[in-house]
Design a protein around this ligand. Structure first.
Ligand code: WTA
Length: 649
């Protein structure tokens, strides 16, 4: 063993060298063992998850009952009477044991900007910020908005909220001021944490300006926001509102680096995360403390086969659930070293990911199929001479992965020696629910394979709701019994939670995805069956894009559908009609596109905007999106039954 390849930041108990020599036990040994464990997680969840919760988490008061509630009632709760603190579980206990172990490796936008933060340092930073939040009058249960770039302070912010029992709501820093405002208003946050600017792919992003815009722009109500705490990331000049705006470094300098922990009940909310649904405004998905943490920690342990000393690198943004669970809470709950990546896969060039893997000796690498497809397209020359031998598990998430992309990932990145895990889950599920386990589950490119512990997937007939038993069936995907990390409610709207997830098929949790179970019992996700589209793994609601378009003064009607795209999976096609007396002008399409960027954010920009004279409608006036979908996907010959169209021409 060449000593120079030994990582310095290893866990002292299990040096990485040992693992590389193959002297480690995988977390599950084989498929038979997996099946046994899965059966017991389903048949005796109280024992299975009770044991897991005691093994993986530290409690200040043990839970007395493992679970209660049902999908029928929508009153699911786990680990009742238990008390714990998520920040203690992710930071303090490792800061006590191994203060010098690296918790976060920050790979900055410029590859040479690397910051390493130990568990000991992380604890101090989190404590200081917790005290700053307290000084801003943030109490247990209060909502705090985090609108920050991918810097360690964003993670510190999440953990500081968790420490004092404040409920964070991270808003992806690509959302526009309008979207940010909606989220601030919905949760009534008094405090927003942001930075002067963000930096990504060599460009500056005006985060503070967007926050100002979001707070100022409430026309009907005055903003609830009392304070904006601003981290200085780029040093550019930013507008300042005295008394309301505070500099992060000034406030941190005043704060004491110890802050006591607020005791939380298992079912106290840990965070809100807004996500798009098929209708209306985004929903604030509520995750609670213990169940969510168990899901996060156990999937890092089993799906990523986490071993002490591993360097876990998830390339998502903390503004999405993948970042919450697989950059922050999952890895840190296990005391892992987690990589926080500020840049893009192609900055400064398409070797960025792989050079980073080599530099930090990454063991688990997790990204989205769009990135894999884009990098594959750019050619294998970007991999030349780069040592990827530290990798053990490579994961994919967010959208279906096509077999060609899977094969490339496996051959070129995993060198045929890594486990490839195609992980299926959602904001609402909290953590991975369907995925192979490394070295255990035989994989099939394009299939997310088999359920994780505690997950009982069923395929339902979309019309009748009847369960389609046996293999070789296709329908909608639902889950038939509660699991610890599932969302408990929609913030301030439990009715909407029931209507969206639990009432469509009584007794089941409805995912919104279509799926097949093949002859071997493997699950294949077929994509959304509702009005959600998935562009590059970003989840977007067609109705939100339509409503953004309708707000433009020229637009009478809008219909948005998802088209197929070889690179991004799906792409947005928007059809609009204009108001009477409005002429098509040059530049109108561009204007409409800007309108969507302004209302939602750049990632929601339609690929094509068509200004048409009429939209296909039923005689009762309902837009037939099904027909538009066929048109954009070039299935002209197969428009289906159009006899109900008011004007088939
Ligand atoms: C889709 C992201 C196929 C799916 C974690 C789901 C996937 C939505 C996969 C959730 C996968 C996620 N294969 N489709 N492995 N993973 N999806 O809430 O349609 O941003 O419902 O959570 O992404 O997106 P969300």
């Amino acid at each position: 063993m060449d000593k120079s390849s030994i990582n310095e930041d290893v866990d002292p108990v299990y040096p990485i060298a040992e693992r590389m020599l193959g002297d480690h036990k995988a977390n599950v040994e084989d498929i038979v063992k997996y099946e046994e464990m899965w059966e017991s997680s389903i048949n005796t969840p109280d024992i299975f998850f009770g044991d897991l919760a005691r093994e993986l988490l530290s409690w200040t008061k043990p839970f007395e009952r493992v679970q209660q509630g049902s999908f029928h009632e929508g009153d699911i709760a786990w680990f009742l009477e238990g008390e714990l603190n998520a920040c203690y579980n992710c930071v303090d206990r490792y800061a006590l044991e191994t203060p010098d172990k690296i918790a976060i490796i920050h790979e900055g936008d410029e590859p040479e900007n690397v910051r390493k933060i130990t568990y000991g340092e992380l604890l101090q930073e989190v404590c200081r910020l917790s005290n700053v939040l307290k000084s801003m009058d943030v109490h247990k249960g209060d909502k705090v908005i985090i609108y920050m770039p991918m810097i360690p302070e964003a993670v510190v912010a999440m953990l500081a909220c968790a420490r004092i029992g404040a409920v964070h709501s991270v808003v992806f820093a690509g959302f526009s001021s309008d979207s940010l405002r909606d989220r601030i208003e919905d949760c009534g946050a008094h405090v927003v944490l942001t930075s002067d600017e963000g930096r990504r792919g060599g460009k500056n992003i005006a985060t503070k300006l967007i926050v100002d815009e979001a707070i100022k722009g409430t026309t009907t109500t005055t903003s609830t926001v009392r304070h904006v705490l601003v981290y200085r990331r780029t040093g550019s000049d930013v507008p300042w509102t005295e008394n309301r705006d505070l500099w992060w470094h000034d406030e941190m300098a005043k704060a004491r680096p110890y802050c006591p922990l607020t005791t939380m009940s298992s079912e106290d909310p840990l965070f809100l995360l807004y996500t798009s649904g098929s209708t209306g405004t985004p929903k604030g998905i509520v995750h609670t403390t213990a169940g969510y943490l168990i899901g996060a920690a156990s999937t890092v342990k089993y799906v990523f086969d986490y071993q002490p000393g591993d360097i876990h690198a998830c390339m998502a943004d903390i503004g999405w659930i993948t970042g919450h669970t697989y950059i922050v809470y999952g890895p840190l709950a296990l005391g892992a070293t987690t990589v926080l990546f500020e840049s893009t896969p192609t900055y400064p060039d398409p070797s960025r990911f792989w050079k980073m893997v080599e530099k930090h000796k990454v063991t688990q690498f997790y990204t989205a199929p769009t990135a894999i497809r884009a990098l594959r397209r750019l050619g294998d020359k970007w991999l030349e001479g780069i040592d990827l031998s530290s990798l053990r598990v490579i994961g994919s998430v967010g959208e279906p992965i096509n077999p060609e992309a899977w094969e490339w990932y496996n051959a070129q990145i995993g060198k045929g020696e890594c486990a490839v895990v195609d992980t299926y889950w959602q904001t609402e599920t909290g953590s991975i629910i369907i995925s192979p386990l490394p070295g255990v589950t035989p994989t099939k490119p394009g299939s997310a394979t088999l359920p994780f512990f505690g997950i009982k997937p069923v395929i339902l007939d979309p019309q009748t709701g009847a369960e389609l038993e046996g293999n070789d069936v296709t329908g909608v995907l639902a889950i038939s019994q509660p699991w610890p990390s599932m969302a408990r409610t929609v913030y301030n709207n439990h009715h909407r939670y029931l209507e969206t997830y639990l009432n469509p098929y009584k007794g089941f949790y409805f995912t919104g995805d279509g799926a097949s179970r093949d002859k071997d019992g493997y699950i294949w996700i077929r994509g959304r069956v509702d009005d959600v589209i998935n562009v590059s793994g970003h989840r977007l609601s067609t109705s939100e894009i339509e409503s953004a378009l309708i707000h433009h003064e020229s637009v009478a009607e809008a219909a948005v559908v998802g088209g197929h795209d070889d690179l991004t999976g799906q792409c947005i096609h928007a059809f609009t009609t204009l108001k009477p007396n409005v002429e098509i002008s040059e530049g109108l399409e561009k204007e409409l596109s800007l309108q969507v960027r302004k209302v939602i954010g750049p990632f929601a920009t339609p690929k094509r905007i068509y200004v048409v004279s009429d939209l296909p409608k039923t005689r009762s006036g309902k837009i037939m999106r099904r027909i538009l979908r066929k048109i954009v996907n070039k299935e002209h010959d197969d428009l289906g039954d159009i006899s109900t169209l008011a004007d088939p021409s």
